[in-house]
Ligand binder design. Structure first.
Ligand SMILES: *[C@@H]1O[C@H](CO)[C@@H](O)[C@H](O)[C@H]1NC(C)=O
Length: 531
């Protein structure tokens, strides 16, 4: 009887355990709730900021003399855009002596707005949220203080999200004393040791703060080689600031946390020579100029019979453009210039995309191999060529940009004709920030920046302003394309040309306002100057 009862009890207990195990398996895993709003900066960051302030504000009583030639070049958060005074006789051609003009975007945009304060407030709000989103703890200024006995990695430590690494390079150098002690504190992960060393006492293993101490410096240093960091707060790309200290000394270093960016590779076949059809797609946008487009296609075929041509077409009554290796994409009527560029480039599957206007003509100087060559052999993402007018004059339209930091009104954009430097091994090529609208680019890079579809009728520099800081741009004057002349007398124009001009060059007030808005609001500029 008692034996039976015992057996029953064991059964009940076993089935209970099994049930619990099943419930545990079935119930969805409880995941922690994580605040990713980035409202507050961590305690460590404010501590570091205070320490930086102390470091730069010491020795106040030692006098100094300002060296103006250098001090003037320092950014001081109060940029301005100035037009050049007319120093040359006005009759001289602008092309030979380009003068700097300045444009105040604040006035231009806000004055015609019914609610200027509201617009300013919205821009401020968007800007501070942009800053919060793009901020990383790896941008934080960290000063290594003098005579610190602490040895630690200053940069180059990286961990994948939720993974564990050994922190390389930790150490302590100090004179013998009864106990040697260090502490480590992380904010987005935990600290532990991957091995233990006899004679070292450790507290806080597996927690955000860990302390290690030993009477022997050598055993402590051996133990420090096994310190591990585990990221516990998921973010695809961020950084953790780790505090590292000993008695009377504090240091900090960052551990980058993030997924590796996925590479985007193109399989373009195996060839000794560049196979342009496999590497390049030609993209263009057409509007009311089918005669020009047909001439462009015919000229491409003379030199590149099998390269794919992608056409974005937003005509009111689209005409089919057919033929081998031609893809025509019909868009809603009048969607516009940048929307068309976006659509055309989005359909490209080759490594490179060549942008041409629909009134360009390929000639024997249109050597796409040269463009591919420089993109393959350098770090450039884009290379522009030269556009030759019927008159024989070739333009490369090279510009450099600089954005000076401004105040709460916005920053200042300075656009200047010119380039930074020539490219070794490519004597006809230079590096700049903006080039002409005949260019070849890495397709994936181009897609990441995109063409703002609000620019309907004209727009060019706007793309390069958006690309600033992420696109490495070159320009080669020896790759040329022809341009069906723009300088037509009005009475020699066809009906289609007149319609095109009426649409493209009707600079309606609304269109002008879009340009000002993009610079003022999207790019947060207060003024621009150019020559
Ligand atoms: C070049 O690439 C195209 C398209 O991928 C392919 O059809 C052609 O066979 C290639 N030409 C050579 C010579 O490999």
């Amino acid at each position: 009887m008692r034996v039976l009862m015992k057996k029953g009890l064991v059964l009940v207990v076993i089935s209970g355990v099994l049930l619990l195990a099943l419930i545990h398996l079935w119930s969805p895993e409880m995941k922690p709730n994580v605040d990713i709003s980035r409202k507050q900066r961590s305690h460590i960051e404010s501590l570091l900021k205070k320490r930086n302030k102390d470091a730069v504000s010491s020795y106040q009583d030692v006098p100094y003399t300002i060296k103006l030639s250098v001090a003037r070049q320092l950014a001081y958060n109060a940029c301005e855009c100035h037009a050049e005074k007319h120093t040359l006789p006005l009759a001289l051609p602008h092309l030979l002596f380009p003068q700097v003009w300045a444009h105040n975007l604040n006035h231009a945009y806000l004055e015609s707005d019914s609610d200027p304060e509201g617009v300013k407030g919205r821009r401020d709000k968007e800007y501070s949220s942009f800053q919060r989103r793009s901020y990383s703890a790896a941008d934080l200024l960290i000063v290594a203080e003098a005579n610190s006995p602490l040895q630690f990695p200053t940069q180059g430590v990286e961990v994948r999200p939720m993974k564990t690494i050994l922190i390389p390079g930790l150490g302590l150098k100090q004179d013998p004393r009864p106990t040697h002690m260090v502490s480590l504190t992380a904010t987005m992960g935990t600290l532990d040791v991957a091995a233990t060393v006899d004679g070292v006492s450790i507290t806080g293993e597996g927690q955000k703060t860990m302390r290690l101490s030993s009477s022997l410096l050598s055993t402590l240093n051996r133990q420090l080689q096994f310190v591990s960091y585990t990221n516990t707060l998921f973010h695809p790309k961020t950084a953790d600031t780790v505090q590292y200290g000993s008695e009377g000394h504090q240091a900090a270093f960052t551990i980058k946390v993030g997924h590796n960016a996925s590479p985007k590779l193109y399989n373009s076949g195996s060839n000794e020579e560049y196979n342009i059809s496999a590497l390049v797609t030609i993209a263009t946008k057409t509007f009311l100029r089918y005669d020009k487009l047909e001439a462009l296609i015919a000229s491409v075929r003379r030199y590149y019979p099998t390269v794919l041509i992608v056409i974005a077409d937003d005509n009111q009554r689209p005409q089919p453009v057919t033929g081998p290796y031609v893809d025509q994409y019909i868009m809603p009527y009048g969607k516009g210039w940048f929307a068309g560029r976006n659509l055309a480039v989005s359909q490209v599957t080759t490594k490179y995309v060549l942008w041409v206007d629909d009134d360009f003509i390929f000639t024997e100087s249109t050597k796409l191999e040269k463009m591919v060559d420089i993109l393959e052999k350098t770090t450039l993402d884009m290379v522009g060529g030269a556009v030759t007018e019927v008159t024989g004059y070739s333009a490369t339209y090279r510009h450099t940009f600089s954005v000076d930091q401004g105040d709460s009104e916005g920053d200042c954009l300075h656009v200047r004709q010119g380039y930074y430097h020539t490219i070794e091994g490519f004597p006809d090529c230079v590096v700049a920030d903006a080039v002409i609208n005949f260019f070849m680019a890495r397709t994936d890079k181009m897609l990441r920046i995109g063409f703002d579809p609000r620019l309907a009728r004209r727009g060019h520099l706007e793309f390069f302003v958006d690309a600033l800081g992420s696109l490495h741009v070159g320009s080669c004057s020896d790759v040329k394309i022809g341009h069906a002349s723009k300088i037509h007398l009005p009475w020699t124009k066809s009906e289609a040309e007149k319609g095109y001009d009426a649409f493209r060059y009707s600079s309606s007030a609304g269109e002008g306002r879009v340009h000002t808005e993009l610079y003022y609001f999207k790019n947060r500029l207060k003024c621009m100057s150019s020559n």
